[in-house]
Each structure stands twice: as C-alpha cells, then as structure tokens.
Design a protein around this ligand. Structure first.
Ligand code: 13P
Length: 341
C-alpha cells in the first residue's frame, strides 16, 4: 500500500467546490428510477442516460470530483465506442466503483440487514483498478425502528465495512466507508443522532482493529436528521449544528474528508444542509456531497428517455452540481435556485 498516493486521491475526491456523483444504482434501483419517468430499463437506455451525465462538460469539469459506477457501467462503452470510464477521466473526474453486493437478512435479527460481497473481493478489486477505478464504495444499511438497530447489526456491518476498507487499501483503491442510518422511520433527530453515534463509533473501532489507514479513506455518512415520517422535523440550522457536533465527537481528524449521502432528502434540502454546515466552518475535515438522488432526480425528469432532451437533462444536472459545489464551500444561497429557475 502506498499511503501517500491513497491520501492524494482521497483529498482529490473532496476538493473544495467539488463533490462525488453517486451513479452506482444497482439494476433494481435504476429500474425504479426509470419507472418513475416511464423509461424502460434496458442496457442501452442505462448507458445513454449515464453517458448524458458523464458528457455534461460544465458539471463534470467544474463540480464533480469523482463518479461512483455500478459494475455494468464500468465495462460499458459510450455510443461512439469510447469507454465510459474514459469519458469520466477526460472530464478530470476520478472513476470509482460500488463493490458491495447488496444486503441479506441478518440471522437472528428480525428486520435487520447485513451487507455482503467480501468473498473474492480482492480479485475483483484488481480488475477494477486495471479498468481505472481509484476509489470504491461499500454501503451498510442500519434501520431505526421499534427495538432496532441491535448491537449485532451495528457490529457485523461495521466489521464488514472495515474488512472491505482494508482490502481496498491493499489494492491501492481508496475506500468510501458508508454506514447509512436510514431516514425512513418516524423517529426524531435526536434518536437519529444517538443511533448514528453508536454506528460511527463502532465503525471507527473496527477500522482501527483492522489497521485501516484513516488518511486513505473517505467517510460517507448520513446527516443527523429526523425520519421522513416524523411529525417533528428539524430546521436546516438544527440539522447542520447537530451533524457537526456528532461528527466532531466520532470522526478522527486524520480522515481527509466526509462526503454525505442524500438519503431521500429533497434536492434543495440536501444542498441547504451541506451549505449550512460549511458556513459553520472551522472543521478538521473537508465536508462535501456524494449524492445520488439529490443530483439525479432533476436530470432524470428533464431527460425522460428522449434524445432531444439531452441538453435539458445536462442543464438540470449542471445546475444541481453547481448548487452543491457552492454548498461544499458554504457559498450557496436559496436565491441562486430561483435565479436559475
Ligand atoms: P443517495 O444520495 O440517493 O442517498 O445515494 C447515495 C448513495 O450512494 C447511497 O448509497
């Protein structure tokens, strides 16, 4: 492992003004997104859609530091035969790859999941590196509900995240460590705070036990936020302050950067929260975005599967990328959204 190079890549992923495009939807997830815009989820349509994003010159060169790909996409070529990975590299962004293989029911823990995909991971990482991937992602999912999460679920998921991270660094690939506490329930922000604190503490404990170099990773957490069904929604300022307090208490300063998931927040909420945190400032790590839905909902709608709509889709993507790029340095303002509209 060359830690200097891993650290360089990790820092590049969280370059001020830029963030990560999570375009790594599995076949099942992208089908759901395409169903919503009435587009058939064929291999060609998935390619055309992602090619549209990666050819968005303004977004990709100015606001996107890296792109997380799904296995299908990393091997795909653009319509003209250029590998999609090349398009990303030529735009100046770094290609990355989702390497977990989804979740399975966790035995003895009803309603809880464990992320799988460690078997043969070392071999797979080698092939992804050869294809151009310089970072990877593994997502653990922790749900909040009556009597959950259990310590068992937190512990096995943290263990798997650390196993994955160690394997990545050995393959000279920067691991994005993503322990996602879901915002699906009706819990309030303080319950999310408590659960996320337990999850992050356990995750960093496992990372230490398994000798993962913190300088060579990026953390991708949820924010401290109320569940979508909670009657008690928190203000932007409360989300920002509590998330910062939480991260400061759990995330060592050796970690170069934190790139949030959007997790089902609206586009503008996800931007406003990131912006408010960066306005607080004085942080030991860089704070940016690694959004999937909050970057892609608008371009998906604008595109709707029609070639004629590609410029509109690219404009919508560039707009969200720019808004989040500004938020990554605390320079966003709600007025900028309306101006563009
Ligand atoms: P969302 O921003 O849609 O939550 O997706 C980010 C991601 O990569 C989840 O694993």
């Amino acid at each position: 492992m060359n830690l200097t190079d891993l650290n360089k890549v990790a820092l590049a992923m969280v370059t001020p003004g830029k963030g990560i495009l999570a375009a790594d939807e599995s076949s099942g997830t992208i089908k759901k997104r395409f169903d919503a815009i009435r587009v058939e989820s064929t291999e060609d349509n998935r390619r055309d859609y992602r090619e549209m994003l990666f050819r968005s010159q303004e977004a990709m060169s100015k606001y996107i530091s890296g792109v997380i790909l799904y296995d299908e996409t990393i091997w795909q070529n653009a319509k003209d035969g250029t590998p999609l990975v090349k398009l990303i590299e030529e735009s100046g962004a770094i290609p990355g790859i989702k390497v977990d293989e989804g979740t399975q029911a966790l035995p003895n823990c009803p309603g809880e999941l464990v992320t799988v995909g460690l078997d043969k991971l070392a071999e797979r990482l080698k092939k992804y590196y050869e294809r151009g991937a310089r970072f990877a992602k593994w997502r653990a999912v922790i749900d909040i509900g009556a009597g959950i999460p259990s310590m068992t679920a937190i512990s096995v998921n943290a263990h798997a995240l650390a196993r994955y991270a160690a394997l990545c660094q050995n393959a000279q690939i920067v691991p994005i460590v993503e322990p996602e506490v879901l915002m699906d329930g009706d819990h309030d922000i303080d319950r999310c705070y408590d659960v996320t604190q337990r999850v992050l503490n356990k995750t960093f404990q496992e990372l230490r036990v398994q000798r993962v170099a913190l300088e060579g990773m990026v953390l991708k957490p949820n924010m401290a936020i109320a569940g979508k069904k909670s009657p008690k929604q928190a203000s932007v300022q409360e989300v920002a302050e509590k998330t910062i307090r939480l991260l400061k208490s759990c995330v060592p300063a050796a970690v170069p950067g934190i790139a949030f998931l959007s997790g089902g927040q609206s586009d503008e909420e996800a931007t406003a929260h990131l912006d408010a945190m960066n306005k607080i400032g004085g942080l030991p790590w860089r704070l940016t975005f690694s959004y999937g839905r909050a970057l892609q909902a608008a371009p998906q709608k604008a595109w709707s599967g029609k070639t004629d709509n590609v410029p509109a889709g690219q404009r919508a993507f560039s707009h969200r990328a720019r808004m989040n790029g500004l938020a990554s340095t605390g320079k966003w303002a709600a007025g900028l959204e309306k101006q563009a509209a």
